[in-house]
Design a binder for this molecule. Structure first.
Ligand code: HEM
Length: 461
């Protein structure tokens, strides 16, 4: 070796390219204005992995299914539910299932899982349909008068009613759905603001904190009343809640404390209705915008069910209904990103992921990735037909997440959605209100901005 030869240490992998904006406030204003178009444009320019500077924080945005595979499955131990977003969710859910971790999470998941087993879902299918029917009664005056109905609002009532009946063994009292809906809207907006101001000194007041505490109290009160009524009405052993009350963990021999039960009940309640309601709202938006889709669904429901109530066995037959729900959640996944924090340094696609850095598995962008989806922005339920799904990455569609933290309510929701569509189509033909086309609102979840308005024609008239 000559003295002029220098042995270079292999260079450490670089951070992903940064998508920024103005000093201090970063890309946030452009993100708020451009919404997903901004994230998609950034992907096209920088590639499937980039750093997003939001001013108050920065995150590494992951836009390819192989990244989801890495973070949620292959190297999941290195990606925890830490960071500003989860901290703000914890102020509401305490240590409930979506936010707990480690041995405690494992114990809670083990205890709650039986409430979602296939047999348990079979047992509650009738109750589910009854709850849907009950809420649909409230739609009737709109069909009679020809006035448009905001189905986003109506689905909130419906999905909450389904949850309360099937999981909590109770019924929803007048005004409860509306109260929780309004408080949760406030709470979610507050959490988003709190998350953004997380980097401010702790003494700095976040406007609205007292109102936020009030929102949590209202939600708690409704959940506690529902629990109490469930206890009185049905007795033990008949629903998920009484199961949780009685359950002793096989491995540890422990029961849940009242505080743990509160956190799990509020978590299941909040995770269980809003997401499904949002998915159904968008499904109706697309079906009314593309009437040929509504007509095909109508045909399927007429052929398979006629006027009879759907059962679990019918789910295998009403596949178009399921595909509509899947496609709606592909374009607008209610939980549009899955945030995690890297525990230790890692490397993704050759880029350095430093310990402590937030990564965002961006489901919404992944689910429109042109490499995985043909005409990715077109609403086309048939893309979920088996023949057209061949060769697609198994995490190209991940509205329920993946890996050990996969949504516990996945099968519940995939049963509820098609049941809702079937019962709805048996009664009504929903049509668009051209002057009121639904707009998207991004908060912690994707919602509709001012609702989804449709007119209801009665079937057979
Ligand atoms: C269309 C409807 C739904 C969507 C899109 C949805 C989405 C999700 C997603 C993406 C996750 C994973 C979050 C993460 O990995 O960080 C999750 C977890 C969870 N979901 Fe759902 N969900 C839905 C319905 C439900 C229902 C009906 C329930 C309960 C009745 C429920 C309860 C939960 C719970 C408890 C978790 C936490 C699971 C854990 O970490 O062990 N979800 N959901």
């Amino acid at each position: 070796m000559t003295t002029s030869t220098v042995m270079l240490k292999p260079s450490a992998p670089a951070l992903p390219p940064t998508v920024g904006g103005m000093p201090l406030i970063g890309a946030l204003p452009r993100l708020i204005k451009g919404k997903f178009d901004f994230l998609e444009a950034a992907r096209q320019k920088e590639g499937d992995i980039y750093r997003l500077d939001l001013g108050f924080a920065d995150a590494i945005v992951l836009c390819h299914p192989r990244h989801a595979q890495h973070v949620l499955l292959d190297n999941m131990k290195n990606y925890a539910k830490g960071g500003a977003m989860w901290d703000s969710v914890r102020t509401m859910l305490g240590n409930g299932l979506p936010v707990s971790e480690g041995a405690f999470w494992r114990r809670q998941r083990r205890m709650i899982q039986p409430a979602f087993h296939h047999q348990r879902l079979m047992a509650i299918a009738d109750q589910m349909v009854a709850a849907i029917d009950e809420s649909l009664e409230r739609w009737e005056p709109y069909a009679q008068s020809g006035e448009p109905i905001d189905v986003a609002q109506a689905f909130t009532h419906m999905t909450m009613n389904v949850l309360v009946r099937t999981m909590f063994g109770s019924e929803l009292k007048a005004g409860e759905a509306e109260a929780v809906g309004a408080e949760l809207t406030y709470a979610i907006d507050f959490m988003l603001r709190a998350m953004m101001t997380n980097s401010l000194p702790a003494w700095m007041p976040v406007p609205g904190r007292a109102r936020y505490q009030q929102a949590i109290r209202v939600i708690d009160e409704v959940v506690f009343n529902v629990i109490e009524r469930g206890r009185q009405e049905k007795g033990a052993g008949d629903n998920m809640l009484s199961m949780l009350l009685e359950m002793v963990d096989e491995e540890s021999g422990e029961r849940m404390t009242d505080a743990e039960l509160r956190d799990e009940a509020v978590s299941l309640f909040l995770a269980g209705y809003e997401t499904t309601s949002v998915a159904m709202s968008w499904a109706l938006h697309f079906m009314t915008q593309q009437p040929e889709i509504r007509q095909r669904l109508q045909q399927e429901v007429d052929t398979v069910l006629g006027e009879r109530k759907p059962t679990m066995m019918d789910l295998r037959q009403i596949t178009y209904a399921r595909n509509i729900m899947q496609e709606s959640m592909r374009l607008y996944p209610p939980a549009y990103w899955i945030p995690r924090t890297a525990v230790e340094d890692d490397v993704i696609d050759g880029y350095h992921i430093p310990a402590g850095k937030m990564v965002a598995v961006m489901s919404q962008v992944i689910q429109r990735h042109p490499e995985q989806w043909e005409d990715p922005h077109v609403f086309d339920p048939d893309r979920f037909l088996p023949a057209r799904s061949e060769g697609r990455h198994k995490l190209a569609w991940l509205p329920f997440g993946a890996g050990q933290r996969l949504c516990i309510g996945r099968e519940f929701a995939l049963m509820e959605g098609p049941f809702i569509l079937a019962r709805l189509m048996q009664r009504y033909e929903p049509v668009a209100v051209p002057e009121k086309v639904a707009q998207m609102h991004i908060g912690l979840t994707i919602r509709t901005k001012d609702g989804v308005w449709v007119k209801l024609n009665k079937r057979g008239e």
